[in-house]
Design a protein around this ligand. Structure first.
Ligand code: SF4
Length: 448
C-alpha cells in the first residue's frame, strides 16, 4: 500500500471538522511550571464544551482507509485525538466482529471473559490486525483465545512475586535502590500475555486515587536509598498531561531520586498520544522511556513520527520485547523489528522470555528458541540492534541474562572461541581456565 500521508489539518482544515466528542472534563493548557495541585478527579461531563486542541499528526494511507471503512463518521481530527481513540476502543465480540472475521475460538474467549485484563483494542491498533487470519502475530496479542483459561503447573497469577514486596499499595520495592510505581491500572490496549494481567483493567478503569499516589510518594520520600523510580502500571501515559506533570514533578523534587523511567506501550498502540504537549511535559522532567514493541508490523509511519517527537524532546528511548510463540519467535521477524527500531531512534534493550503468568502457556517458547534467535542476530546485524535476552526469575529473582555459548574449548593457554559464522578462533589467555571443561580440546589444558 502506498504510504501517502495526510494530517488532520490537510484533510479537514481547522474549523471545518465537527467538535470532538466530549468524554472528559477538559484540562487547562500545560504551563512550563508543574501544577501545584493534583488535577483530580476525572469527571464525566455533558456537551457542549470547547473543542480540544488536536495537533498535526500523520495518518497513513492504511489508517485512512480503515477509518473511512469502519468509522466513516469520524473526522481526521477525531481520529488523531487520543481520547477519541480511547473512548472508541473495541471491547465486545459484536464490535470486533464488525472489523475482523472472528474464529469460533476467539468469539467464545471474548464472551467468556470476566474480570481483569479486559478486551480493549483502539481503532488505530485495530487497523493493523489481519481481517482474515487469526494466526497473525499482532492479532494473537490482543484478541483473546480460549487457551487463556487453561491453568498449568508452574504458572502464577503474580509470576514475579510483586505483591509480596509491596510496602504500600501501588509500589513494589524489591531491590534496595529501585522501586516500581504502579500509577494506573489502565491501558489503551490490553495484551493477552501481560505479566500484570491480575491487575490491569481490574477496577473498571477507574483512576488510582490521589491518596494512594501520595502514599507511594511519601514512602519514596522517606526512603533515601531509592535512587531509581520506574513508573508503570497499566500504562502511565494513559494519565492525562496534567496528572503526569504533577506526578513527575513530585518525584523530581525528591533529592535522592536521580533516575526516572516510564514504561509504556502507548506510543506503539496509540501514537496519537504523543502530542507536542506531552513532549513538553516529558522534556521538562526528563524521564527515560521504556517502550514495549512486539512485532515489525507496529513500525508504522504514525509510530515513527511519535518516536521521532520523543527523541527530538531529548528523551532516551529503549524497547522491551516479549518473546512470544507464533508472534515473533523467528530470527527474521525480530531482526526486522530491531533494525526498524534503530531507524526510529529506539534502542532494543531487553528481549524477555515470556513470564509464566497464568493462562499464557500458548505464548511460551523454549529458552532454546530465544538463544537460537540471539545466535541468529549476533554478527548478522548491527550490535545496537541486539537486545539483552533475559529470564525474569519467577518469584522475584530478578532478570537473569542468557547468551548463546561461544566458548568452544581450550588448548593450553589458548581459549577457543566460535564466531558468528561457526569458525573457531584462538585467543591467548594464559591465566584463564574458561573452556577447560569442554570436549577433547581441553585435554591438554593445565586447568583442573
Ligand atoms: S500495555 Fe503493558 S501493562 Fe498494559 S496490558 Fe499490555 S503489557 Fe500489560
Amino acid at each position: 500500500m502506498s504510504e501517502t500521508m495526510l494530517s488532520a489539518e490537510e484533510a479537514e482544515p481547522p474549523g471545518s471538522a465537527a467538535p470532538a466528542p466530549v468524554f472528559f472534563k477538559p484540562s487547562p493548557p500545560s504551563s512550563d511550571s508543574p501544577p501545584s495541585t493534583f488535577p483530580f478527579p476525572l469527571q464525566l461531563q455533558s456537551p457542549p464544551r470547547p473543542a480540544r486542541t488536536v495537533p498535526r499528526l500523520l495518518i497513513s494511507a492504511r489508517s485512512q482507509a480503515f477509518r473511512q471503512r469502519f468509522f466513516p463518521d469520524a473526522t481526521a481530527r477525531e481520529w488523531n485525538d487520543w481520547r477519541w481513540q480511547n473512548s472508541h476502543r473495541i471491547r465486545t465480540v459484536e464490535a470486533l466482529a464488525r472489523i475482523i472475521r472472528l474464529s469460533a475460538d476467539e468469539s467464545e474467549a471474548i464472551r467468556r471473559h470476566r474480570g481483569p485484563l479486559p478486551v480493549g483494542i483502539g481503532p488505530y491498533y485495530a487497523s493493523l490486525l489481519d481481517e482474515a487470519d487469526p494466526r497473525q502475530g499482532l492479532r494473537r496479542t490482543v484478541v483473546p483465545a480460549t487457551a487463556e483459561y487453561r491453568r498449568l503447573p508452574g504458572e502464577f497469577e503474580d509470576p514475579l512475586g510483586e505483591d509480596a514486596h509491596s510496602p504500600v499499595p501501588g509500589l513494589v520495592h524489591r531491590y534496595p535502590d529501585r522501586v516500581l510505581f504502579l500509577a494506573t491500572g489502565i491501558c489503551s490496549t490490553y495484551c493477552r500475555y501481560c505479566t500484570r494481567s491480575r491487575l490491569v483493567g481490574a477496577t473498571g478503569e477507574k483512576s488510582v486515587k490521589k491518596s494512594q499516589l501520595e502514599q507511594a510518594i511519601a514512602y519514596i520520600e522517606a526512603t533515601p536509598q531509592i535512587r531509581d523510580v520506574l513508573i508503570s502500571g497499566g500504562d502511565p501515559l494513559s494519565l492525562d498531561d496534567d496528572r503526569l506533570d504533577w506526578l513527575l514533578g513530585r518525584l523530581r523534587r525528591i533529592p535522592h531520586v536521580e533516575f526516572l523511567r516510564i514504561g509504556s506501550k502507548m506510543p506503539v498502540v496509540l501514537p496519537q498520544r504523543v502530542t507536542p504537549a506531552l513532549g513538553r511535559v516529558l522534556k521538562r522532567h526528563k524521564p527515560w522511556l521504556s517502550l514495549h514493541f512486539t512485532h515489525p508490523d507496529e513500525l508504522t509511519p504514525e509510530v515513527a513520527e511519535a518516536c521521532g517527537r520523543l527523541a527530538d524532546a531529548g528523551l532516551p528511548l529503549g524497547s522491551q520485547t516479549v518473546l512470544l510463540k507464533g508472534v515473533n519467535d523467528e530470527v527474521d521477524i525480530l531482526r526486522r523489528l530491531f533494525q526498524g527500531l534503530l531507524r526510529i531512534r529506539v534502542k532494543p534493550y531487553y528481549l524477555y522470555q515470556c513470564d509464566p503468568v497464568a493462562g499464557s502457556a500458548h505464548f511460551h517458547t523454549s529458552v532454546d528458541k530465544g538463544l537460537e534467535i540471539l545466535r541468529g542476530l549476533r554478527g548478522h546485524t548491527t550490535g545496537y540492534a541486539i537486545p539483552t535476552y533475559v529470564v525474569d526469575a519467577p518469584g522475584g529473582g530478578g532478570k537473569i541474562p542468557l547468551l548463546p555459548d561461544y566458548v568452544a574449548g581450550r588448548e593450553g593457554d589458548d581459549l577457543l572461541l566460535e564466531n558468528y559464522a561457526g569458525r573457531i578462533y584462538r585467543y591467548p589467555d594464559p591465566n584463564g581456565c574458561l573452556g577447560a571443561d569442554k570436549t577433547v580440546l581441553s585435554e591438554r589444558s593445565s586447568c583442573a
